[in-house]
Design a protein around this ligand. Structure first.
Ligand code: GLU
Length: 306
């Protein structure tokens, strides 16, 4: 039996170790931590290192989060070490007859005529119901291309509904999403669902560019017999030009700010100000003073000197 913990449920932050965290990432992490701690939840860190890994980035990200005053419970989880759990989850869906092999290249999907109301680039269902002979042909083609067929979900509902703390009831598309890619890497949508459930995460706080993925993820959880978490998507940070904040926007990471003589406390103060609070010098100050009901619903425009 697992040891009793003092927590009720868990939140998490799940960065991809592709580089240093910028102010928008740090704000999202801080909000995830505050919302978890505020509600008596555990807080977990998961490194989403199936893809886009930059050498040393994980260590730097963890140091940066700690510098802001965030702490986390238990070991940091790395998705690259979770292959067995992902394979088991695909096995569960396979046993339900919900997995099919897809032999399409990205280009073929983009160029195929899509269904009347499908968004551009949506999977047109090409490999969903192939005859055994056509499957053999597809596999032969994959061998020539030296890749595996992708595995896709045979979706049986068009949409699914989730509850978001700020956006309310959100209904989104469920499509024949990829479970495992042609290069053998497990797809983000599956990994996130399996890992959140394994860690007891029942509160998913992240940037709102992922809101449209939440319904398909919750649906996957449902199919796997896992609890569907509650969601709280927070606005993205943007540059003064209005585009999603990126490294090229200047000195936008904690490291950049420190190099310019700003302290970690001053960076927390900036983030606090974006939430309508003056003088917060540590994550704990934000935890004590911030009222989640006041979260600005528009993107945070980051305007920095230097
Ligand atoms: N790893 C994803 C990112 O850094 C976040 C995934 C999630 O929070 O569900 O954008």
């Amino acid at each position: 039996m697992p040891a009793a913990t003092p927590f009720r449920g868990a939140g998490r932050y799940a960065p991809s170790p592709s580089g240093d965290l910028h102010l928008g990432n740090l704000r999202t992490a801080l909000l995830a931590w505050v919302l978890a701690r505020r509600s008596g939840r555990a807080f977990h860190l998961r490194v989403e290192d199936l893809d886009r890994v930059r050498e040393g980035a994980e260590q730097r990200q963890l140091e940066d989060l700690a510098a802001l005053g965030l702490d986390w419970d238990g070991e940091v989880v790395r998705q690259s070490e979770r292959g067995e759990a992902f394979t088991a989850a695909i096995g569960v869906l396979e046993a339900q007859g919900r997995v099919f092999e897809c032999y399409c290249t990205r280009r073929e999907i983009l160029e195929a005529p899509s269904a009347p109301h499908a968004p551009p680039g949506a999977y047109p269902g090409t490999c969903r119901d192939l005859s055994p002979a056509a499957r053999e042909q597809g596999r032969g083609r994959m061998r020539e291309l030296r890749r595996e067929p992708a595995l896709r979900l045979r979706a049986e509902v068009p949409s699914w509904q989730v509850r978001d703390r700020w956006a309310g009831e959100v209904t989104g598309t469920v499509d024949d999403l990829v479970l495992r890619r042609g290069d053998g890497v497990v797809a983000y949508n599956l990994a996130v669902v399996v890992d959140d459930a394994a860690a007891g995460v029942d509160q998913v706080v992240r940037a709102d560019d992922l809101l449209s993925s939440a319904p398909r993820q919750a649906h996957l959880a449902h199919l796997l017999g896992l609890p569907e978490p509650g969601y709280a998507h927070v606005p993205l940070a943007v540059s003064t030009a209005g585009a999603r904040l990126a490294k090229r926007d200047g000195a936008v990471t904690l490291r950049d700010r420190l190099e310019r003589g700003e302290s970690a406390a001053a960076v927390v103060e900036r983030i606090g100000r974006s939430l309508g609070l003056e003088g917060c010098r540590s994550a704990r100050d934000v935890l004590e003073r911030w009222d989640p009901a006041t979260l600005p619903r528009h993107p945070w425009t980051v305007d920095l000197p230097g």
